[in-house]
Design a protein. Structure first.
Length: 200
């Protein structure tokens, strides 16, 4: 059974609240200028709102390294995020600035699933780690970390996803040959967490 999550939101810096399902949060924020994020406790969600709902705010101490996440939020398509442990975007290190939005995120190709987005975010995290000689990467997608990035993937997911998994597998091998490590963490402990998720 999945751990319970709480979704904090703020719309146009005025209306804010906390709900306990993504479906409810999505309905509230869809089509609006909003910030929203998931948390493992209502108290932490409230602290984030009280502190200004800033995506870069640390809600807990986290280990130095690179963090990645993906989300399918508010009808805008699949967004990905790659950050340091303070939530600061690192995508500019591997992507042209015109491919990064105002929040420091990148949109995956149109109609991408959340799982494809997680895999793409993992690719960029690996590229940053190799470029910057960073040896720790963290993400909250068990599917990507324990299967797809190791090459364990079914052809039924589509040719683009299979090809991307092949790229990521090679990058991961190079990264791990240099003593790098990729670790699974919970979404609530991920400073790259986009706060909005939906199934693949």
């Amino acid at each position: 059974m999945a751990a319970r999550k709480y979704y904090a939101y703020i719309i146009e810096n005025t209306k804010k609240g906390i709900v306990d399902t993504w479906a409810e949060c999505q309905k509230i924020v869809a089509g609006k200028q909003a910030r929203f994020k998931s948390f493992q406790s209502k108290e932490t969600a409230q602290l984030w709102l009280d502190a200004g709902a800033n995506y870069s705010l640390k809600t807990m101490a986290v280990e130095p390294g690179i963090y990645f996440d993906s989300g399918t939020g508010a009808g805008n398509g699949t967004e990905i995020n790659v950050t340091d442990n303070k939530g600061q975007s690192l995508l500019h290190k591997v992507l042209p600035k015109e491919e990064i939005n105002a929040k420091g995120h990148h949109f995956a190709p149109k109609d991408s699933t959340n799982n494809f987005g997680e895999l793409l975010a993992c690719k960029y995290a690996l590229q940053v780690a190799l470029k910057e000689n960073i040896d720790s990467i963290f993400g909250d997608s068990k599917l990507v970390i324990e299967y797809w990035s190791l090459g364990y993937i079914k052809k039924e997911v589509g040719v683009e996803t299979v090809l991307l998994a092949g790229e990521v597998k090679k990058l991961r091998q190079e990264f791990e040959n240099k003593k790098g490590r990729i670790m699974l963490i919970s979404g609530g402990a991920n400073p790259a967490d986009l706060g909005f998720h939906r199934g693949s």
